[in-house]
Design a protein around this ligand. Sequence first.
Ligand code: FES
Length: 159
Amino acid sequence: MSLTNEQKEQNYAALNAFIEEHKNDRGPLMKIMQKAQDLFGYLSLETQTLIADALHVPVTEVYGVATFYAQFSLQPKGEHVLGVCTGTACYVKGSAAVLEEVERELNCKSGHTTEDGKFTIQATRCLGCCGLAPVMVIDEQVYGRLVPADVAGILDKYR
Ligand code: FES
């Protein structure tokens, strides 16, 4: 998601208002970080610094939380978020080879976004549809019983 300057300004205004409203709550950091991520799609250093300054905590604390919890992203997300399940059922059925094929096809490693900003690749935990193992999800769409040879054709729908 790439934002115009105007959208950015609006998001920062919304974030500042949210911080103002919640900064005296008990343990406000996670809540505020979640709000920032919802607004911007990720937590840039600029955003982390703003939150740290507003809450009078070191930016390293914000960064520590951002890197500890998988729900936070430090990079802008691609247009499509692609998750390959690496839960046990999927792993046993060959999800590692599917993930490798995705990385090879997109020339991008898991945990990163392709250079053209189209895809963010994630290795995920169990997605709750083990009967379809191995499973890949692109945005909300689930693809199951995959073999590596299926990957290119599926990606073509989004490229
Ligand atoms: S282990 Fe992959 S969906 Fe459950």
